[in-house]
Design a protein around this ligand. Structure first.
Ligand code: DP6
Length: 362
């Protein structure tokens, strides 16, 4: 190692959240964190809903440390999922040279250098807005940058993010992304994310934050109980999702919003039905979530076509997909039922501010 003792090498990477339209719920293998069915999501890469992770490395550091939203999290740092990400990327590390071609860190050095990792989310953590997806994707992306890691097969980085949090593997790509279930062969190396459609420029996502408090039942715990107790979940994984996923991919390629919307809502409904079928039951949606379902249903039937699609993850917050041409109208309708408190959007990007202003004037 040729670096001075007091030098600090630092990288920062960010990753956006993703919202599934065909849900992952249930693990096939808890050690490798692989799913009982493939899933598909939209990466919200045009938004500020992301995790930003900075990693610093220095010979002066005597131990690894990790801060999440400014609070030191020692337990999480030493959890098997976090270690799997660090060690997974470390295996793919390369020598690091400076601009003059001098070796700064060798592959061997990386193993002995301690990391200081700081990550923050620009949105509520653990409130069902896929914060762990963005968090682990940003962590893996930053580690890859730090270690100058190189994949040995396409999608390998996503297999590492998957071990942090399943849904994180999909945030490693933009656009519409599938997570292929994979097989137990070769330690599930084929359980990885794959881009399906780079972009659907007219597609919009409206996020309705019903509650920003931490959810009662984490996804990891909830899906374990569902796997053990819900027969509906087994049926869904084996007999419904494969054909639905295929239909969804076709709809995305054809940019057929009507089919996309119908499948999205049906899959969200079915995921929450499996939660109810879990014993003891899990309730992620609340009365406001159900009101949102009714408003979207009435809006679509008033329009005479599917113009909006709701979906709910492991929390009461809604994500509504629509096309650009209906976004303003739909947002105004939602604000009629759920008025935005003045200033609630401050701190978000200027397009949100403009939307807030036009809604307040409407
Ligand atoms: C409802 O990816 O958070 O959002 O792998 O245990 O970390 P772990 O679970 P996680 O589960 C996400 C569940 C979901 C559906 C989805 O994103 O596909």
């Amino acid at each position: 190692m040729t670096t001075a003792t007091n030098s600090i090498y630092m990288v920062t990477m960010s990753a956006p959240t993703n919202i599934a339209v065909i849900k992952y719920w249930g693990k096939a293998d808890t050690h490798y964190n692989t799913p009982i069915n493939s899933s598909l999501s939209v990466t919200l890469d045009q938004t500020e809903l992301r995790a930003i992770t900075t990693i610093a490395v220095s010979k002066q550091f005597t131990k690894d440390r990790f801060w999440l939203n400014g609070v030191e999290e020692d337990e999480l740092l030493h959890s098997p999922r976090f270690r799997a990400c660090i060690e997974g990327v470390q295996k793919l590390a390369q020598d690091h040279y400076d601009a003059q071609g001098n070796l700064i860190y060798s592959k061997e050095d990386w193993k002995h250098l301690h990391l200081h990792i700081s990550s923050y989310n620009t949105f509520p953590t653990a409130a069902g807005l896929a914060s762990s997806a963005a968090g682990y994707a940003a962590l893996v992306a930053a580690l890859c940058q730090l270690y100058h890691a190189v994949e040995t097969f396409p999608g390998e980085f996503s297999t590492i993010a998957r071990q942090g949090s399943g849904s994180a593997c999909r945030s490693m790509y933009g656009g519409i992304v599938a997570w292929r279930q994979g097989t137990p062969k070769q330690e599930w190396r084929d359980s990885k994310a794959e881009p399906v459609l780079e972009d659907w420029p007219q597609l919009r996502a409206l996020l309705l934050v019903v509650s920003d408090s931490k959810k009662d039942t984490s996804s990891t715990t909830g899906m374990q109980t569902s796997v053990q107790t819900s027969m509906l979940l087994q049926y869904r994984a084996q007999h419904i999702v494969p054909a639905r996923l295929q239909a969804m991919e076709q709809a995305c390629h054809a940019r057929d919003f009507g089919t996309f919307a119908q499948l999205t809502m049906q899959d969200s409904n079915q995921f929450h039905a499996t939660c109810l079928d879990t014993y003891p039951p899990i309730f992620y949606m609340n009365d406001i979530s159900r009101q949102i379902v009714r408003i979207v249903t009435v809006y679509n039937s008033w329009a005479g076509e599917l113009r909006a699609a709701y979906t709910f993850d492991a929390g009461p917050n809604a994500v509504i997909y629509c096309l650009e041409q209906h976004q303003q109208h739909l947002a105004a309708l939602l604000c009629h039922y759920f008025p935005i408190p003045k200033g609630a959007l401050s701190g978000l990007d200027t397009s949100s501010m403009a939307l807030e202003e036009s809604l307040l004037q409407a």
